[in-house]
Design a protein around this ligand. Structure first.
Ligand SMILES: Cc1ncc(COP(=O)(O)O)c(C=O)c1O
Length: 422
């Protein structure tokens, strides 16, 4: 099939009736005997998964890092939940709302591998992590450690508490191509002083996709009496892991990213023995100090989003955590391996298999990131996002499970042409 016919075919896929969960389940089960790393490269399998999505045909979407749209099977459940809650009205809110939210939180705790009394559903990573930052008992002179590659909202929250309480923030800069884990551990260790109280680390840096050795950094920090908060916005339901294995004190993630929950859902994990030490953002009456429910008062909110969490987990488990991770890593390596050594192109994501998964970042040396993103969209119909701060100058490329290698071939061709023009 030539490229034009292929792209036309994609457009047709976008308007064909997508496959529901019941049709997909037996299809996926038929492939259960194939090891995940092998299935990762089987295009036919993933093209069928793609058919479960309604995709715009205007561009190739390589900006799934902002949020991952729901497959139609999950979207339909969401719409049904919205209808039901609207039908039940305040009866729903006054009777089963909280029981249902607890059930969803319990399923998330099972995915995260933590206790049900250690995890609550929030609206996003920002709410989860900013509550932990703002909820520390900061004293003048206290210090926190973080990286300039961390997400802006959390860096802003640290600046706010510095102004308010007279604490100080120490920023490290994570290299794009670390030699080994020890280099990262030593980097964070070098910023810790006897006054350090909290260390923030990204599980997967959002601008480059680099996965950091969180467990080793936690062990190092704990040995110095420092608590660790992990920004897992991009790691949860992208790479498979269990939160307690990381050894962190706090973990926040957004469910509308890799779990494909409708917009406006996140998790906050707080290790049981750390719950009592966090002040809530919004008060929730009298509860025991170690009741994580203290940190979960947000007022009336879209309960149909909470209800859809279980459907999104069903879909995620149907695909399989390992299969999803392997496919995303396969896609990233499929294109980065073709451009990594091309003169004029700079890949800002480590080459080591365990240091990245689906996300990567690439720059063209003669173009500003904003020019590169604009050219990719206007000339090649590829949707990305420009990143231009710290040591990262390029566009972030984020495929999803529905991305095909043919789409990535379009990206590779575009990058090669833009590099030669330099
Ligand atoms: C690393 C990281 N942390 C936090 C966030 C904030 O997520 P949200 O807007 O869902 O709170 C993002 C969003 O892209 C992110 O990439």
């Amino acid at each position: 099939m030539n490229k034009r016919a292929f792209i036309k075919g994609l457009a047709l896929t976008a308007i064909a009736k997508p496959l529901g969960l019941q049709a997909l389940q037996p299809f996926v089960e038929k492939h259960a005997h194939i090891p995940a790393h092998e299935l990762a490269g089987k295009e036919d399998f993933w093209v069928t998964i793609r058919q479960g999505y309604a995709l715009k045909s205007d561009y190739i979407n390589l900006e799934n890092g902002y949020y991952c749209i729901q497959p139609q099977a999950v979207l339909e459940k969401f719409v049904a939940h919205a209808r039901e809650v609207n039908y039940q009205g305040s009866w729903y809110m006054r009777t089963v709302q909280w029981d249902n939210k607890k059930k969803a939180a319990a399923r998330l705790a099972a995915v995260a591998g933590c206790g049900e009394d250690e995890l609550v559903i929030t609206r996003n990573t920002t709410e989860s992590l900013d509550m932990v930052i703002g909820g520390q008992d900061w004293k003048p002179g206290d210090e926190a450690v973080m990286a300039e590659q961390d997400y802006g909202s959390m860096l802003d929250m640290f600046k706010l508490v510095a102004k308010r309480y007279g604490m100080a923030n120490k920023l490290v800069s994570v290299p794009n191509h670390p030699k080994d884990d020890d280099e990262i551990v030593q980097l964070y260790a070098s910023a810790i002083t006897p006054r350090t109280k909290l260390l923030m680390i990204g599980h997967m840096i959002n601008i480059t996709g680099q996965i950091l050795p969180v467990r080793k950094v936690c062990d190092m920090a704990h040995a110095r009496g420092v608590k660790v908060m992990v920004d897992g916005a991009h790691a949860f339901a992208h790479i498979s892991f269990k939160i307690p294995d990381l050894g962190c004190d706090y973990y926040g993630a957004s469910l509308h990213k890799w779990l494909s929950v409708p917009l406006g859902a996140g998790i906050l994990y707080v290790r049981k023995d750390a719950v009592a030490g966090v002040w809530p953002l919004l008060a929730d009456g009298e509860r025991k100090p170690d009741d994580i429910g203290r940190l979960n008062h947000i007022g009336t909110h879209p309960t149909h989003t909470d209800l859809t969490i279980s459907d999104a987990i069903d879909y995620y488990e149907m695909i399989g955590a390992q299969r999803k991770e392997e496919r995303l890593r396969f896609l990233q390596r499929y294109w980065t391996e073709k451009v990594r050594t091309v003169p004029g192109l700079i890949v800002n994501t480590p080459v080591d298999v365990q240091r990245s998964c689906g996300i990567a970042n690439v720059g063209v040396s003669r173009l500003k990131p904003s020019e590169l993103a604009e050219t990719l969209l206007k000339k090649y119909r590829i949707w990305t996002v420009a990143i231009d701060y710290a040591n990262v100058h390029g566009v972030r490329i984020t495929p999803n499970v529905y991305t095909t290698t043919d789409e990535l071939d379009v990206l590779v061709k575009a990058l090669r042409e833009l590099a030669v023009a330099s």
